[in-house]
Design a protein around this ligand. Structure first.
Ligand code: GLC
Ligand code: MG
Length: 542
């Protein structure tokens, strides 16, 4: 388990270099859908992504509706009420397109369809309608650095060196140059011989995931066409898979200027529809990552350095790195952009493995996630403290992709059949039904936090003003004309800490909105308190 944990930690954490490209065809887009009303672009401070928490989920593992042991879109529809009650404002579906599933769907065989395991396009349209009816936005995973070798584009590209799609992938007579950036999990091999075409094709991931060639104007257009098609259907945005890897200038395969130029085109396309959002999975250095955010590129970028710093703050009780990364993001994100705060995702081990086994640590991390500047992105099951599984069907990342735990029955309410992947341990206590009925559970904490965030403009978009503190503590203001909030988080696992802040006039007593209790005391416009280990307070004046 330890070496596995290292491998997954390395996935983002230690410069494990991965790559990606793009593709999708206009010609394959099918009949045009209903036209979306085109309105003027939103100004930088607007957009639904600035208000809500996003929830990432695997359709395959969320809820099965037909007893085949595989989650599906109809099952997900049955669980939308859980999401609305939890208080998230958007869901991001991991790829649910037709795929041979050699990379769990990140190897797409048809960008415009739905995998038969999960249902049909009609089911998806129903999901969209049902989600919207509950005020939930829906984001799809746009995986356009590469396709599956089974995609029609690749089949056609490999079939002829002179055909229409001949240059939609990257071909070479011999193995071409490698990339500076390494790609541990996917192997170091970058060129694979294709007997049909008699040439080698380039890939930054598995050899079953050929990279798309953005130097082909037709290919680039086709990818824009894929985005347009889903936007017309009413999808609210996309999570972009490895968006820093689209164009290579070997040996440099990441962060190339042509890649950023494409994102500007994609954003223009997205802005033709009203209030749609791009969220980029950009790796790794914080300067590089933040460069992808802004009013003429992606609205949101994951900020994985902040995630790692949160893990160590909770694990070791030292929040100094976290404080520094938050300050950096706030000061350096270009206007119109925002960083996204995560605790985990489908590529790494779950929070009880990476961060804290006890609920107190998980609660504190959630309090940080929902109060710090940036957009919270929750990974399914985090709200109940789900643990890693112990088996995999595709690769070790399946540890974090086990079926959602709804109740304490043998298949945890996920299916009436045999789950496609064994459940993780601890379902008796780690499930939605048990925790929903228990005051003080992790799930109740998430609900309270999200409700708080949803009604507080200060927590959503207030100016961030950190105070100097000891390294085990993080204290910051979120200032907003609608009312300031003071947040105090103590990461130490034992002992107490003294906290202090100058407070505005009228703040004669401070109440923690999470517990409803008054904490500390105010004297001469200075508030002081003694904060217990792993406590997190969201304070307002009484
Ligand atoms: C991204 C995805 C990962 C996938 C890879 C290739 O990093 O998060 O799951 O394997 O890209 O598409
Ligand atoms: Mg099913």
């Amino acid at each position: 388990m330890w070496s596995a944990s290292l491998a997954a930690g390395a996935w983002y954490g230690r410069g494990v270099r991965r790559l990606c490209w793009i593709a999708a065809a206009l010609s394959a887009c099918g009949p045009p859908g209903p036209k979306v009303p085109v309105t003027s672009a939103l100004t930088a401070g607007e957009g639904w992504h600035r208000r809500v928490a996003i929830y990432e989920l695997s359709v395959r593992s969320y809820q099965d509706s037909d007893g085949d042991g595989i989650g599906d879109l109809r099952g997900l529809i049955q669980r939308l009420d859980h999401l609305a009650e939890l208080g998230v404002g958007a869901i991001w579906l991991m790829p649910m397109f037709p795929s041979p599933l050699k990379d769990s769907g990140y190897d797409v065989a048809d960008y415009l369809g739905v995998h038969p395991d999960y249902g049909t396009l009609e089911d998806f349209e129903r999901l969209l309608g049902e989600a919207h009816r509950r005020g939930l936005k829906v984001m799809l995973d746009l995986v356009v650095n590469h396709t599956s070798t089974e995609h029609e584009w690749f089949q056609s590209s490999r079939a002829s060196r002179t055909g229409e799609k001949a240059d939609w992938y990257v071909w070479s007579d011999g193995p071409g140059p490698g990339c500076e950036e390494s790609n541990v999990i996917f192997g170091e091999e970058r060129w694979t011989f294709d007997p049909a075409r008699g040439q080698y094709y380039f890939h930054q991931f598995f050899s079953s995931q050929p990279d798309l060639n953005y130097r082909s104007p037709e290919l680039a257009e086709a990818v824009l066409g894929v985005a347009r098609r889903w936007l017309e259907l009413g999808v609210d945005g996309f999570r972009l898979d490895v968006p820093h890897q689209y164009v290579e200038n070997w040996p440099k395969c990441w962060h190339q200027p042509q890649t950023l130029a494409f994102h500007q085109r994609l954003r223009e396309e997205v802005d033709k529809a009203y209030d749609r959002v791009l969220l980029g999975e950009v790796c790794c250095g914080r300067e590089e990552v933040l460069r992808y955010a802004g009013s003429d590129r992606l609205q949101l970028v994951f900020y994985f350095v902040g995630m790692h710093a949160t893990w160590s703050a909770v694990k070791w009780g030292d929040a100094s790195k976290l404080a520094e990364h938050l300050r950096f993001a706030v000061q350096n994100t270009p206007p119109g952009g925002l960083h996204a705060n995560t605790l985990g995702n489908h590529d790494i081990f779950r929070t009880p493995t990476t961060m804290a086994a006890e609920a107190s640590g998980l609660k504190l991390a959630a309090t940080l996630q929902m109060t710090a500047p940036g957009a919270p992105v929750i990974y399914y099951g985090e709200e109940i403290g789900m643990r890693d599984g112990a088996t995999w069907a595709v690769d070790i990342r399946d540890y974090a992709r086990t079926p959602m735990q709804w109740d304490d029955t043998p298949s945890a309410g996920f299916t009436t059949g045999t789950p496609w992947l064994a459940l993780s341990e601890g379902t008796a206590a780690l499930n939605v039904r048990v925790q929903a009925g228990r005051e003080g559970s992790l799930l109740s904490h998430y609900k309270r936090l999200l409700a708080l965030r949803n009604r507080s403009l200060a927590l959503q978009e207030g100016a961030y003003e950190p105070l100097a503190t000891q390294s085990s503590s993080l204290v910051f203001w979120r200032r907003h004309p609608a009312g300031d909030r003071l947040v105090a988080l103590h990461f130490g696992a034992s002992g107490t800490i003294a906290v202090r802040a100058e407070v505005p006039e009228g703040w004669s007593a401070l109440v923690d909105e999470l517990s409803g209790e008054e904490v500390g005391e105010v004297r001469g416009a200075v508030w002081t308190a003694t904060q217990p280990a792993r406590a997190g307070w969201v304070l307002k004046p009484r």
